[in-house]
Design a binder for this molecule. Structure first.
Ligand code: CU
Length: 237
């Protein structure tokens, strides 16, 4: 971002004075007439080749940075699903096997609000929650789905944002480095990590929020043990 902004500013400070000077130098004057031409190959080549030479390295560099951000090593990450719909978030922990059971929107019915396929044995230990607890300094991989329109999972404090797209799964891996308690000390008692929707997805878009809590392993273990596994809340077929 700094490289891109630096380059844009450099070009800006060269082109803007030239623009101002040209408007002054070639201002309307009854003694001057405009030079007219329909085509100039040199000009076409110059304004095609120069931007290509500048933009190609910039885009390759940017793609490289993006790939590094989005392809972190997630072999040890805890897997949590974030499910978006108009208008709210639901989280699903992958359970002891750290594998989410299959899900399909066609199975969304009654209590099965995420459309989890209960015939998939990986689904039995999945846990559906209304807030997300994370262990400090432990990598996490969020997998996003959407039921209806495009939403955007936005976790500003973790520098995370990723679209939630109906019909496909997107993901983002990161590691929280500070607990909620530590952040409350710095930012005040009102502080909480929060997941927001950052895509204007409908009338109650502003209401799409979910609390994230970062805590110690012991606190997390106690919380997750108090949550119900899917096999105890949905009927196994
Ligand atoms: Cu939304």
């Amino acid at each position: 971002m700094k490289v891109t902004c630096g380059l844009i500013l450099f070009v800006f400070f060269i082109t803007q004075p030239i623009l101002a000077w040209f408007t002054y130098k070639y201002r309307g004057n009854s003694k001057k007439s405009a030079y007219f031409f329909v085509h100039n190959n040199k000009l076409e080549l110059a304004w095609t080749i120069i931007p290509s030479l500048v933009l190609t390295p910039l885009i390759i560099y940017g793609l490289n940075v993006w790939n590094n951000i989005t392809s972190v090593d997630t072999t040890d990450s805890q897997i949590i699903e974030l499910y978006a719909k108009q208008f709210g978030w639901t989280a699903r922990y992958a359970g002891d096997d750290n594998t989410l059971g299959d899900a399909n929107y066609k199975l969304v019915k009654g209590l099965n609000e995420l459309g989890v396929n209960m015939e998939d044995e990986n689904a039995a230990d999945d846990i559906i929650t209304r807030e997300v607890h994370l262990v400090v300094d432990q990598p996490v991989l969020l997998k996003m789905r959407s039921q209806d329109v495009i939403h955007s999972a936005f976790l500003p404090h973790f520098r995370v944002q990723m679209n939630c797209v109906p019909g496909m799964s997107t993901q983002f891996g990161f590691t929280p480095t500070q607990t909620t308690a530590e952040m409350k000390e710095q930012e005040g008692e009102d502080f909480d990590f929060v997941l927001l929707c950052n895509k204007i997805c409908g009338a109650a878009h502003y209401n799409m929020k979910m609390k994230f809590i970062v805590e110690s392993q012991e606190e997390y273990d106690a919380w997750i043990a108090s949550q119900k596994k899917l096999k105890n809340t949905l009927t196994l077929k």
